[in-house]
Structures are given as C-alpha cells and as structure tokens.
Design a protein around this ligand. Structure first.
Ligand code: FBP
Length: 275
C-alpha cells in the first residue's frame, strides 16, 4: 500500500461515507432557495420536519444550503453525511437570469461544518456557461486541496438545448463535468436504460440521476430509478419525489431498496403499500 497525501485520504474517506458499495440515495433539499417555499406542503414548511424524515428514511447523504444545515444540524450531524450546495439561483429572478447560478456558500464553511462534500450547478449550454463552469473549476480546486469530494449538478439548459433529457446533450454535460474534475455527477434521465448506459460510459466518475418534479404514480418513478441502476448509474439525488410524497420516510426506503438491494420497482412499491 502506497502512502497518500492528506487531502487524498480525506477525499477517499468522505466519498466512502457518501457512497456505500459505490451507490447512494442522496436527498436534495435546496428547493427553499431554488423554487421557494411553495414546493413544501404547509405542514412541512419547517425544514426540521423534512430533515427528520430524511434521516429516518436512511438516505446516504443530504445536499442542502448552509443556513438550513445550520438550523437542523442536531438532526443530521454525525448520522448522515452532509453535502453543502454552494451555488444557486432563485426563481424570482428575471427570465433572462434564470440560466445563471451564482455562489451561495464556501468550501471553508463546508469544512468547518464537517461536510462530506460540496455541490454546485452548471447549466451547460447557457449563454453564461463560462461563469458557472469557471466558478465550479475554482470550487473543485479548493475541494481537491482540502480533501472534499465535489459534485456537479450537470444540467443542459440554454437557447440551443431543445430537450434537456436528450441523450446526446446529457452525455455532453456529463462528460464536460467530468472534464472539469467533479468527483460525482448528478444529471437528467435520458429516457431509457440503453441511452443512460451511454451517459455513464463517458464519465470516469459516478453518475447519479436527478429526480425532477414529483411523479403522481410512484411506481413509474421507481421504474426509472431501476433503469438508472441497470445502466450502471451510481444512484439518485432526489428531492421532490421524496419530500412531496404522502410518506417521505417510506419513499426513501423504497429508493434504498432499489439502489442498495437491487429490488424490483414492484417490490419497492410494496413498501409504500401500493403497486
Ligand atoms: P428534485 O429531485 O426535486 O428535482 O431535486 C433536484 C434539484 O436539482 C434540486 O437540487 C434543485 O433545487 C432542483 O432540482 C432544481 O430544479 P429546476 O432547476 O429544474 O427547477
């Protein structure tokens, strides 16, 4: 065994906490910033209510912004790995600025809070792509130096992107994120196992699927998750499909069953009391 530099050991240890046997169900919870509180049912407006459910569901990590992490730390710290989101944008911005993410947090704060990772979004194909990719490049460099894994939310989005699920553009956004040096990549489902396998193939690092708006029929979402795993994906990063679910705890467990135990979508749906 070869001796390693401290930051390499830190990154490996943290990545191992997020990924279990190379796979993870990561709970995305930055929606209060990106979409506003209208994403939350009235009895779930308090972030502590949702974080408590995510912890109980046994998710592998929680991705959230600094302020919500600070307000809920006693619920997750030491129990569930934390990935700090350090870029964002609100939906209140004018339409011409919807395709731009800006800095909302620092690697230094993430380290201070004992985070296991740092995440940021790049809208690949956006007119101001270079600002987001440039910012992520700096964030990744700081992460590499300090031993924190980095995750890019790789979203093809811009005037020339007609369909953000198009396998060709998702493949490109994924590869571009890998070229920038991300340790984990979260991107859109491409509609089939075959096409998502091609996405996974172009990335030297684990690729996870981004959830999207809540599916009314839970089984349909679980089928997509199974398809991602069959394609060689490393798991999912899901927000609304968990926290808007009638039972977020059971929904999280159903995702775990597919990602970690290879359960069929039907078996996983049985955990929800429906098929
Ligand atoms: P969801 O599973 O709810 O789609 O969450 C994933 C995510 O990337 C969040 O981290 C983010 O807040 C949201 O989607 C952004 O959604 P969009 O930019 O499509 O409105």
């Amino acid at each position: 065994m070869q001796k390693q530099v401290p930051s390499a050991i830190g990154k490996a240890a943290r990545l191992n906490r997020i990924l279990n046997n190379g796979k993870a169900v990561i709970f995305a919870f930055d929606h209060g910033f990106e979409h506003g509180p209208s994403d939350f049912q009235p009895d779930r407006a308090d972030a502590r209510v949702i974080i408590r459910m995510a912890v109980e569901a046994g998710v592998d990590a929680i991705m959230m912004n600094k302020g919500i992490a600070e307000a809920t730390w006693d619920l997750w710290a030491g129990k569930v790995p934390f990935i700090m989101k350090v870029t964002g944008k609100t939906s209140m911005r004018p339409p011409e600025l919807q395709l731009l993410q800006y800095r909302t947090g620092s690697v230094r704060d993430a380290l201070a809070m004992g985070a296991d990772g740092v995440a940021g979004t790049v809208y690949w194909g956006a007119p101001r792509e270079e600002e987001m990719a440039g910012a992520l490049s700096g964030i990744i460099s700081e992460c590499d130096f300090t031993g924190l894994p980095s995750m890019i939310l790789a979203y093809p989005r811009g005037p020339s992107i007609k369909n953000h699920n198009d396998p060709e553009v998702v493949r490109y956004a994924t590869r571009a994120s890998a070229e920038l040096g991300a340790d984990l990549i979260k991107t859109h489902y491409t509609g089939s196992t075959e096409t998502f396998r091609e996405v996974v193939r172009v990335s030297p690092v684990p690729v996870l699927m981004s959830g999207g708006t809540r599916e009314d029929v839970a089984l349909e979402f679980l089928e997509v998750v199974k398809s991602v795993m069959d394609a060689g994906g490393a798991g999912v990063v899901v927000g609304r499909n968990i926290f808007q679910s009638p039972n977020p705890v059971l929904f999280g467990k159903a995702l775990r069953a597919i990602v970690h135990e290879g359960a069929s979508p039907e078996k996983a749906a049985e955990l929800l009391g429906q098929v």
